[in-house]
Design a protein around this ligand. Structure first.
Ligand code: AHR
Length: 636
């Protein structure tokens, strides 16, 4: 979302600056830029994405599956999100059956015992979805389930999408052939003319007495790039607009799990869904693992990102660790297998598994992260664990860059992952954090960072903190090879959020970007390849900038952040440069720091684009209070 207006920097702004001087107030801020004097390189991979299964980011979020608890995990109170349906005088009961299922990975099922039913009084079950099921007009929804019955005479099964308010079916299909052995059935539900709504549920019924078992009930809307088992289009579009260069996967804490057995076991996330047992995420809910290793990689492919693959390194959050040495060997081997699955040819064991899973071409991989936040491992075992992974991986893949998750004493890792979750004031104070950092140490990956102000999504104050921080990332991008905001996604429905301040919010039917999201879009859309010599005078503590040049496009990108409550007049000098007279300005601003976007007011703050007239080698602009700007100046 980018609003276009026409605004020009009128002479009054320059006059305002002169008036300030005349009235004896501080001298105006002056920014001198030398686009012809390169200072340091900017990494082409500076901006990327970091996500994990938190805040219903995949299940109930990006991963487009509409059925919640599709594998019928039972709890003491029943099977969550599933309910019994007894139409008319039908009589039935449902229960969790631990004795039968379609696969070794899914050995249980939902058992539906129909005592009485007929064509007009059907019995079955319904699923409420992820806080509803979003339906649009004239759209096809593709579904499937595994089923068996005690008798082949159970008859046709009706599958319908039903509106919660009217109780009427919006789309229906019939599935025939359920017999006494487990088998997968597919169906398509097509809506007609209707208003888009998320107050719908899925109903599966039979019109004959008998017992039926169900497992892995799935339903997908159209997905991004029409991928089977794919992603939500609106969210993928929002991520694409961030121009991400990489995806750090699969986490975060999600990689580690609370306990070793809860780690992201990649081998249990590949292949047919029926062979994925699902697992517990450390964010207190079960992950369907529909977003498995290959789906992560295909997501990278869809958005032209490179994967930054984190491998489990023998530490889980409840202070469980694996000792370096022979205990760790199976985990190292598992990581080697994973690298082979990602990058190996069809002649390799795991490469051929990937081919079997439907992706013949290997993926390009440059960075591998060993673990996550191992500074929390109180056993102090990380030095040894990292060294063991490093030796084994480098022996087979010498070109891979291996990321350490904390500073190391005994060796210099290729890259070190630093994380920052702070308040805006800290980011204002710390925007120079890396200015004096050691250039002989490891390269830096700022793998998780965010200004945490605002819930569920950041407000303008947070966006200002983020933007100030990003000016420092750009200035130091000779050192900082990559950076990614976290967490990225949050389902804003009640109970959807486990972690406050997340970049993009959504419910079943719509999504929105926070002001901080738009700050990222602005910064990443205009990434130069080197910084240029510059000097800011009289800027004050709340004015931040970054100046880079895109050599191929002959453009100067000037990012400006005025985090103050006052407008900021600024004189810009470009000695020696001959800018074209017209430039473009992209601006995000707000009346105060608390203003934000929300699911019901998604476009309150969006960047506004306008032409800037009369750009010359010396010109003035005034930055409104609480504003973030990107000024694009064409160089001759
Ligand atoms: O982004 C939320 C969590 O913060 C990540 O899972 C973890 O790596 C960090 O502590």
């Amino acid at each position: 979302m980018l609003k276009k207006t026409f605004a020009c920097f009128s002479a009054t702004l320059a006059l305002a600056a002169s008036a300030l001087i005349a009235s004896g107030q501080n001298a105006p801020a002056t920014l001198t830029l030398h686009p012809d004097q390169p200072i340091s390189t900017v990494s082409p991979t500076l901006y990327g994405l970091m996500t994990e299964e938190i805040n219903y980011a995949y299940d109930g979020g990006l991963y487009a599956e509409m059925v919640r608890n599709r594998t019928f995990r039972g709890e003491w109170s029943g099977i969550p999100y599933w309910y019994l349906v007894e139409g008319g005088n039908a009589r039935a009961k449902m229960s969790h059956d631990a004795t039968t299922g379609p696969s070794a990975a899914l050995p249980t099922s939902l058992k539906l015992e129909i005592e009485q039913a007929d064509v007009h009084s059907q019995a079955g079950v319904l699923n409420v979805g992820w806080w509803g099921m979003a339906l649009h007009h004239n759209t096809e929804y593709k579904g499937s389930f595994y089923a068996k019955a005690d008798t082949a005479g159970i008859g046709p099964i009706t599958v319908s999408l039903v509106n919660d308010d009217t109780g009427k079916a919006v789309a229906s299909a019939t599935v025939n052939g359920v017999g006494t052995d487990w088998k997968q059935f597919t169906f398509a539900l097509k809506t007609g003319a209707m208003e888009a709504s998320s107050t719908n549920h899925l109903v599966i019924t039979a019109g004959h007495a008998g017992t039926m078992w169900l497992q892995l009930v799935s339903l997908f809307p159209p997905t991004y790039h029409n991928r089977a088992n794919g992603n939500r289009i609106d969210l993928m579009d929002k991520l694409a607009a961030m121009h991400p260069a990489f995806l750090r996967l699969p986490g975060g804490n999600y990689l580690e799990g609370d306990h070793i057995e809860d780690r992201f076991e990649w081998k249990k996330t590949i292949g047919p869904l029926v062979d994925r047992p699902t697992h517990r995420s450390p964010w207190n809910y079960q992950s369907s693992d529909g977003m498995g290793l290959l789906e992560f990689l295909e997501w990278c492919e869809d958005l032209h990102m490179q994967p930054v693959l984190a491998v489990y390194a023998g530490y889980s959050l409840a202070q469980e660790h694996v000792n370096p040495g022979s205990d760790l060997e199976p985990y190292v081997q598992d990581a080697l297998d994973e690298l082979e699955y990602v990058t190996g040819g069809p002649d390799t064991k795991w490469g051929s598994e990937r081919v079997k899973d439907g992706h013949p071409a290997p993926f390009k991989l440059t960075y591998v992260e060993i673990g996550n936040e191992d500074n929390f491992d109180k056993s102090g075992s990380y030095e040894g664990r990292y060294a063991q992974f490093y030796k084994a991986i480098k022996a087979k893949y010498p070109d891979l860059q291996l990321i350490a998750t904390m500073p190391l004493k005994d060796m210099k890792p290729d890259v070190q992952d630093d994380h920052y979750y702070v308040r805006a004031t800290q980011n204002f104070a710390d925007a120079t954090h890396y200015d004096k950092a050691d250039r002989n140490g490891p390269k830096i990956f700022v793998g998780e960072w965010a200004t945490r102000e605002g819930a569920p999504t950041p407000n303008m104050g947070a966006a200002l903190g983020d933007a100030a921080w990003m000016t420092g990332l750009e200035r130091n991008s000779d050192l900082i090879v990559m950076s990614s905001y976290a967490p990225l996604l949050v389902n804003v429905d009640p109970g959807g959020m486990q972690w406050e301040t997340d970049l993009i919010g959504y419910n079943a039917i719509k999504s929105y970007g926070s002001p901080a999201y738009y700050a990222q879009v602005m910064f990443a859309s205009y990434l130069g390849d080197h910084t240029v010599a510059s000097k800011l005078e009289n800027g004050g503590a709340k004015l931040f900038y970054s100046s880079t040049v895109n050599t191929a496009k002959k453009q100067l990108y000037l990012k400006l952040v005025n985090a103050s409550s006052d407008p900021q007049p600024l004189q810009i000098a470009l000695p020696g440069a001959q800018p074209k007279a017209m430039a473009k300005l992209v601006r995000l601003s707000a009346p105060d720091t608390q203003t934000t976007n929300s699911i019901d007011d998604p476009n309150r703050l969006v960047p506004v684009e306008s032409p800037v007239h009369d750009v010359s080698s010396k010109f003035s602009i005034t930055l409104p209070a609480y504003s973030i700007e990107v000024l694009l100046i064409d160089l001759q």
